[in-house]
Design a protein around this ligand. Structure first.
Ligand code: AMP
Length: 488
C-alpha cells in the first residue's frame, strides 16, 4: 500500500535503481512513484553485494529497502536443484507481527517472480511449518525462538543461506534474543551477505555489527524525532484511576474511529480493554501473552475498522504497519523517552493529520519532562472540560512499580509477575512462555528527572477543569498547569 506520509526521494527514481522488470512492475502495482531515502541509498549497496548497516525504523520504507534488492539478487543467481527446507535468504525479526508483515512484503514485491517465501514464528502449531518446510523455500522470515526449535528438530537447514537480514536488531536485543542470534549465526555459512537494520545504535548494537558485518555500507535516514512536528500532540493531566473514564469519554465524545492505545504492562492492556468493552467501546488488547490467532484477529479487525480501539504494549505494537492512524493515546507514558517518539510516529503516517494524546498522572510528570527534552518542544497540557468523572469510583488494584527512569520494562514481564532474581543474568537464561530468553534491559542515557511528586502541587489545583471541581474527588480529576487547547 502506498504511504504518502513518508518522505520520497525526488532526485532518484525506481528506474535509476536497476531493479529487474518483475520488481518494477510490482513496485508500480503498489503505487510507489519514488523510492524513499532508505530505499534510494540501501538498494544500490545491497545490489552491489556488500554488507550494510542501516539506521532506519518502521515507516521509512526499510522493508522494501532490503526486500527488493534481495529478490533481485536471488533471481539473478538461480540455484540448480535447490533442496527443500533450505532457504537462501534468512530475515530475522523480533516479533510475530513484524514477521508476518515482512513476509507479506516479500510476497507483494516478489509476486511476478518464481521465488517462494515462508514465515515462521512461535505461539502457533509447529506442524504446518514443518510441512511447509518440505517444499521449495527461498526466503525465510522468522523470529529467533521458533527458528531454533526447527533447527533442533532438524526440519530446517541453514547451510544454504546467502543473505542474512537482522531487522529491528535493537529491539531483538532489547527482547533478550542475543544468545539466540549468536546460535543462529554459528549455523550459517561464513560466506554470506549481511544486512543489519536498527532504529538506534547502542553499544550492544555496535558490538553486534562489528562482529557480523565486513566493510559495511552505511545508511541512516531521519529518525522519527524529526517528523514529530507533523503530529498534533497534547497531554491531559489526570489521576491514574480516572484515565480509563477519560479515555472512554474522549473516544465517545469525539467519535474516534481508530485509536491505538499504549499501556505500560500486558496486565494493564487487558484491564483497559475490558473496561472499554464494559463501557460499550469495542476494544482488544494485543501483547505477547495473547495467542497468535487472537493477535492476528485483533489486528485485522483494527485495520479494517470493525474494532476502533487496539490496546497494546510497546513491544507488541512495534513494527505494526498501520496506515492512516488518526489517534494514538499514551495511557501511560513510557519510561524511555525514545519510546514516546516510536509510539506517536504511528499517527499521520499516510499524510493524514495525526493526533497523539497522553494521559499523564502527576507521578508521570518527570517522564513528560524527559520526553519534552528529547523532542525539544513543550507538549500542550489540555483540560477536557466536557469530562465529568464518575461520582463513585470502584477501588483500584494497586499499580505495579515502574522500573527506574530510562529503563525499559521487559516485554515478557507482566505486571503481576516480577522478573525472578537473576533472570537477566546471561549465564542463567530463563525462557518465557514463548521460548524467549530475557536479556539485560537497555540502560539509556536518559536525563534523570526530579523525584516524582506523590500528589499534584497546589498550583495544579488552580487549573482543575470545571467539571472536576464540582466533583468531590479525593484528587483533582484533571489538572492543567498550562492553559492549552481543548481536548482532541
Ligand atoms: P516499512 O518502513 O517498510 O514498514 O514501510 C512503511 C510503509 O511504507 C508501508 O506501508 C509501505 O507499503 C510503504 N512504502 C514503502 N516504500 C514506499 C514508497 N517508495 N513509496 C510509498 N510508500 C512506500
Amino acid at each position: 500500500m502506498s504511504n504518502t506520509a513518508i518522505p520520497l526521494s525526488n532526485e532518484i527514481t525506481f528506474a535509476d535503481l536497476n531493479l529487474a522488470q518483475p520488481l518494477m512492475r510490482a513496485v508500480a502495482d503498489a503505487g510507489y512513484t519514488h523510492p524513499t531515502p532508505v530505499q534510494a541509498q540501501a538498494i544500490p549497496l545491497v545490489l552491489a553485494g556488500g554488507d550494510l548497516l542501516a539506521g532506519a525504523q518502521t515507516g521509512t520504507g526499510k522493508t522494501a529497502g532490503f526486500t527488493l534488492p534481495i529478490l533481485h539478487l536471488l533471481t539473478a543467481k538461480p540455484v540448480a536443484n535447490q533442496r527443500p527446507g533450505r532457504p537462501r535468504c534468512l530475515i530475522l525479526v523480533p516479533t510475530r507481527e513484524l514477521a508476518a508483515q515482512v513476509e507479506e512484503s516479500v510476497q507483494t514485491y516478489g509476486k511476478y517472480l518464481p521465488l517462494k517465501s515462508m514465515v515462521m514464528f512461535g505461539g502457533v502449531n509447529i506442524n504446518p511449518q514443518i510441512k511447509a518446510l518440505r517444499g521449495q523455500m527461498d526466503i525465510l522470515v522468522a523470529t529467533p525462538g521458533r527458528l531454533l526449535d526447527h533447527v533442533g528438530q532438524k526440519t530446517l537447514d541453514l547451510s544454504g543461506v546467502e543473505i542474512l537480514v537482522l531487522d529491528e536488531a535493537d529491539r531483538m536485543l532489547d527482547m533478550g534474543f542475543i544468545r539466540d542470534i549468536k546460535k543462529i549465526l554459528a549455523l550459517l555459512p561464513k560466506q554470506r551477505q549481511n544486512l543489519l537494520f536498527s532504529a538506534t545504535f547502542s553499544d550492544e548494537i555496535k558490538t553486534l555489527a562489528d562482529g557480523l558485518l565486513h566493510n559495511p555500507g552505511y545508511v541512516e535516514v531521519a529518525r522519527r524525532n524529526s517528523t514529530v512536528e507533523l503530529i498534533e500532540q497534547s497531554a491531559h493531566l489526570v489521576p491514574q484511576k480516572l484515565k480509563s473514564y477519560l479515555l472512554a469519554h474522549l473516544i465517545k465524545h469525539h467519535d474516534w474511529k481508530q485509536v491505538l492505545v499504549f499501556t505500560r504492562t500486558k496486565h494493564g492492556a487487558n484491564r483497559l480493554a475490558e473496561k472499554l468493552n464494559a463501557d460499550g467501546i469495542a476494544a482488544a488488547a494485543i501483547h505477547g501473552n495473547k495467542s497468535q490467532p487472537a493477535r492476528t484477529k485483533a489486528l485485522a479487525q483494527f485495520k479494517d475498522g470493525t474494532m476502533p480501539v487496539l490496546v497494546a504494549t510497546d513491544i507488541a505494537a512495534r513494527g505494526l504497519d498501520i496506515d492512516q492512524l488518526p489517534h494514538v493515546v499514551n495511557f501511560e507514558l513510557p519510561n524511555v523517552p525514545e519510546d514516546y517518539v516510536h509510539r506517536i510516529g504511528r499517527t499521520g503516517r499516510a499524510g493524514s493529520s495525526g493526533a497523539a494524546i497522553s494521559l499523564v498522572d502527576s507521578e508521570e510528570l518527570p517522564f513528560l519532562k524527559n520526553i519534552e527534552r528529547l523532542i525539544k518542544r513543550e507538549i500542550p497540557k489540555v483540560a477536557v472540560d466536557s469530562f465529568v468523572p464518575p461520582a463513585n469510583l470502584p477501588a483500584e488494584a494497586p499499580r505495579p512499580p515502574r522500573p527506574p527512569h530510562g529503563q525499559r520494562r521487559h516485554s515478557h514481564t507482566t505486571a503481576s509477575a516480577p522478573r525472578p532474581a537473576g533472570a537477566g543474568n546471561r549465564n542463567q537464561p530463563t525462557r518465557d512462555s514463548q521460548g524467549r530468553k530475557p536479556g539485560n534491559p537497555q540502560q539509556r542515557n536518559a536525563p534523570q528527572p526530579a523525584k516524582p511528586r506523590q500528589s499534584p502541587k497546589p498550583d495544579d489545583q488552580q487549573h482543575l477543569s470545571e467539571a472536576a471541581r464540582h466533583q468531590s474527588m479525593p484528587q483533582p480529576a484533571l489538572f492543567s498547569p498550562k492553559s492549552g487547547r481543548r481536548g482532541k
